[in-house]
Ligand binder design. Structure first.
Ligand SMILES: C[S@@+](CC[C@H](N)C(=O)[O-])C[C@H]1O[C@@H](n2cnc3c(N)ncnc32)[C@H](O)[C@@H]1O
Length: 385
């Protein structure tokens, strides 16, 4: 070991000993292709013992290991410079950087700091991220920079993805599966939400999955399958098909987000027929019922206003969808997906299969009453179920 490295490690040991080590970062992997990208070190207090938490940041996951001061130094010896060419020690009053050049020259730079720093021994209570933008597929899907930062124009989309992951996590967690979870994401489009689902289920919930993104546009299917392949993702595939023509062999979860107009009904019908445990859809452009309502000429004090007619059509369409799912034994719930000003696309319709026998007479009556009230002959979902 070189003299400078030894000096540097002594400085780290001294900072640890004096409870002055605030944090450390190891960066610039010696092998550019190494999956391990960085290591972050911070002191923690575990059961009254001062330890050092090493967060190993791999391309697709984080791993945390806790060491005592002696183990920390021996681990650092193994890592610098053979695995990392840069290491920075942040103490309460200085930054000490160890830099290894491409020719192997080792320099140590020390900088006094003015700011008031102190050790924080609290465990990093932040939960493992639901969705990690540093995962390589987000760059390939065009959401992040190469370094894994969400781009300015994709912030809104990322917020939606995150919210979606939060909701799905709460819906999936109580479910029990024997073997892989079979999922169809109908009208998967550019795949953002499908990748989010895959990431959530495999990396956070540790589930074995078989997710099919069903999409009508062949060029999109090809492009997404290429991204899946280069990202090395297992259990995710895009399939070129209409929702209607898609025949799932097994289906535990049916997803349909923003599938246009009656495509949502085709998707719900697939889920119900396959006996999916969970149906999650975010309906959009409710044309079929709006046209029927307008054609009937039946307006009331509310729907005589064009904009209210449109909003009422959304509510009537989705209420009948929810009632029909209940008819087939699902417990339904309507929730807000994400704030998107003045758009009806912010509703999530969720159906959970139950083993309770539904009161079909009452449900049929409720559907009939709604149809009569708004001059609807048939809801498209009735024709496909
Ligand atoms: C508005 S995008 C939604 C994409 C994605 N689910 C999301 O929420 O971000 C709707 C997608 O569904 C596809 N689509 C529409 N009708 C379809 C059908 N009948 N069968 C399969 N895909 C369909 C479209 O090509 C489009 O990519």
């Amino acid at each position: 070991m070189g003299e400078n490295i030894e000096k540097y490690l002594n400085r780290v040991a001294e900072a640890a000993e004096q409870n002055a080590l605030v944090k450390m970062t190891l960066s610039k992997p010696a092998d550019k292709h190494d999956e391990l990208r960085n290591i972050y070190v911070k002191p923690v207090l575990i059961k009254g013992k001062r330890l050092f938490a090493f967060t190993y940041r791999y391309e697709r996951r984080d791993e945390v290991k806790n060491y005592d001061a002696e183990q920390m130094i021996s681990t650092l010896k193994e890592l610098v410079p053979s695995k990392f060419l840069n290491a920075v020690l942040f103490t309460v009053n200085e930054d000490v950087a160890l830099l290894v050049s491409s020719k192997g020259k080792v320099t140590v730079q020390t900088k006094k700091v003015q700011e008031c720093r102190e050790q924080n021994l609290e465990h990093d209570k932040q939960k493992a991220r639901l969705i990690n933008p540093a995962n390589p597929w987000w760059y390939q899907l065009g959401l992040t920079t190469r370094e894994g930062k969400v781009t300015a124009d994709m912030q809104h989309k990322f917020k939606q993805i995150y919210k979606y992951a939060e909701i799905v996590e709460s819906l999936v967690k109580p479910l029990k599966f024997d073997g892989p979870v079979h999922i169809a994401d109908m009208g998967a489009g550019k795949g953002y939400l499908t990748f989010a689902l895959h990431e959530l289920l495999t990396q956070r919930l540790n589930l074995d999955v078989d997710i099919k993104g069903v999409e009508i546009r062949p060029e999109l299917v090809q492009k997404i399958n290429d991204i899946i392949k280069t990202s090395g993702l297992k259990g995710l595939e895009f399939v070129e098909s209409t929702i209607d023509a898609y025949r799932p062999q097994q289906l535990d979860i049916l997803i349909a987000l923003h599938a246009c107009d009656t495509a949502t009904d085709d998707a719900i019908a697939k889920g119900v027929r396959a006996g999916a445990e969970l149906i999650v859809c975010a309906p959009c452009c409710h044309k079929q019922i709006r046209q029927e309502m307008e054609r009937s000429g039946k307006t009331d004090a509310i729907t005589r206003y064009g904009i209210f007619m449109e909003r009422q059509a959304v509510m009537v369409t989705d209420t009948i969808r929810a009632l029909m799912m209940e008819y087939y034994g699902y417990k339904t719930q309507v929730m807000e997906f994400i704030e998107m000003e003045n758009t009806p696309k912010n509703i999530l319709l969720v159906g959970r299969k139950t083993d309770k026998t539904p009161d079909r007479l009452m449900i049929s009556k409720a559907i009939g009453d709604l149809k009569r009230q708004y001059g609807i002959e048939k809801h498209y979902l009735e024709t496909v179920l």
